[in-house]
Design a binder for this molecule. Structure first.
Ligand code: PLP
Length: 390
């Protein structure tokens, strides 16, 4: 079959490839410590499972649902968005439930992009965003962020790219892969400036729950003057450990949602109802349980910081969000080769920085929140031995 170059040129799905190799090694008896995965190590929240068990007995669960998602879930989400993020949403018209944040992003991009439109991706970027833009016929434009300022996004770094009249900017805070939590004041400056120039912001807030060490999450969708130019995306995968259930959401003005519903209808009809019911249950998780999870991740962050400080070739200035460390490896010009060798010889799985854009060469992404304390200690011991020998 003739597959268009637009699709052929997209890099292979890296997490799938790493996952397959880890499984192969493990099946052959290897004791791999996996710091590559993007799912947190916690079990799914209990109230989600209770809700899903009840839903399976409900005849309505087995039929198609509304394209925008269960109204009860949209109502629950709108309460949560108002309380946690200061985003005021009409659940009937301004929110859609999706099959994860990735599908929400695809939906937003397919609804908005004209072929050839430029999309600014602060780099390192989340690779699925770049893939999606290409699939939709858009042109991803990397905006390099600076390691010296811990990969913070600044208006000054964006400014040189605004004259090319991009259609949108994609922001991820807390960030994958860097763990950076963007400064609220700077975010407001960026949002106001871009809105005034008619540039849409897609704000991916998948990791919003995992912020610690004094940092504060800020949603640009909460700024009334920017509302019409902002699309906020969220996920149940990380906060509630429900990645396999595939539930996320998208918040935008009603006109946008009305158009996106047509795209959703042809792509998916609706997010799976059993998963939506699990998500509805998840929203009643006690705040203490979620806070406990955040505290565990924060402790793992400190453990990793202490351990990496003793490995001279690895440099990491600890960031305060998500559960990823984007670690600079001294004298490394081939992070893909390094990640492969690390997995094959030390049996530690990490993601090479290059999959997050050109700006990621020389880095490895370590996912400390997807490991237990014991696993993380073991991984650090292996990293120490590995880098001492080469
Ligand atoms: C920034 C970012 N957005 C979206 C996703 C995907 O989330 P979901 O499982 O809700 O599709 C991930 C997963 O790693 C991510 O890192």
């Amino acid at each position: 079959m003739n597959i268009p170059l637009r699709i052929q040129d997209i890099a292979p799905a890296i997490m799938d490839e790493i996952g397959a190799r880890v499984k192969e090694l493990t099946d052959h008896g290897a004791d791999v410590v996996n710091l590559a995965g993007g799912a947190p190590s916690f079990p799914p929240v209990a109230s989600a499972l209770r809700s899903a068990r009840q839903a399976i007995e409900d005849p309505g669960t087995h039929l198609y649902g509304a394209d925008a998602g269960l109204l009860s879930l949209r109502e629950g989400l709108s309460r949560r968005l108002a309380e946690n993020d200061g985003i005021k949403v009409d659940p009937a018209t301004e929110i859609m439930v999706t099959a994860g944040a990735n599908q929400a992003f695809m939906l937003a991009v397919l609804t908005l992009l004209e072929p050839g439109d430029k999309v600014l991706l602060p780099s390192p970027f989340y690779f699925n965003h770049e893939m999606t833009v290409r699939i939709a016929g858009g042109v991803p434009v990397e905006v390099p962020l600076r390691e010296e300022i811990d990969f913070q996004l600044t208006l000054a770094d964006l400014e040189p790219y605004l004259d090319m009249e991009p259609r949108m900017l994609v922001m991820v805070s807390p960030n994958n892969p860097t763990g950076a939590v963007y400064d609220p004041e700077e975010l407001q400056r960026i949002a106001r400036h871009l809105s005034s120039r008619g540039i849409v912001i897609i704000s991916d807030e998948t990791y919003q729950h995992f912020v610690f060490g004094g940092a504060r999450h800020f949603s640009v969708g909460s700024l009334p003057e920017c509302r019409s130019q902002v699309i906020t995306i969220g996920s149940f995968s990380k906060t509630f450990s429900l990645s396999g259930w595939r539930v996320g959401y998208l918040v935008a003005e009603a006109d946008f949602v009305q158009q996106a519903i047509k795209v959703q209808d042809s792509m998916l009809v609706c997010a799976p109802l059993i998963s939506q019911r699990a998500a509805l249950g998840a929203l009643s998780t006690p705040a203490e349980e979620l806070a406990r999870r955040r505290a565990v991740v924060s402790e793992l962050n400190q453990l990793l910081a202490r351990s990496l400080a003793d490995i001279p070739r690895l440099q990491w200035h600890p960031t305060q969000g998500a559960y990823y460390a984007f670690v600079h490896v001294e004298d490394c010009a081939d992070s893909a080769g390094l990640a492969t060798d690390l997995l094959e010889t030390a049996q530690v799985a990490a993601v090479p920085g290059t999959v997050y854009g050109h700006n990621g060469e020389g880095f490895l992404r370590l996912s400390y929140g997807s490991a237990s304390k014991i696993e993380l200690e073991e991984a650090c011991a292996r990293l120490s031995k590995y880098f001492a020998a080469c």
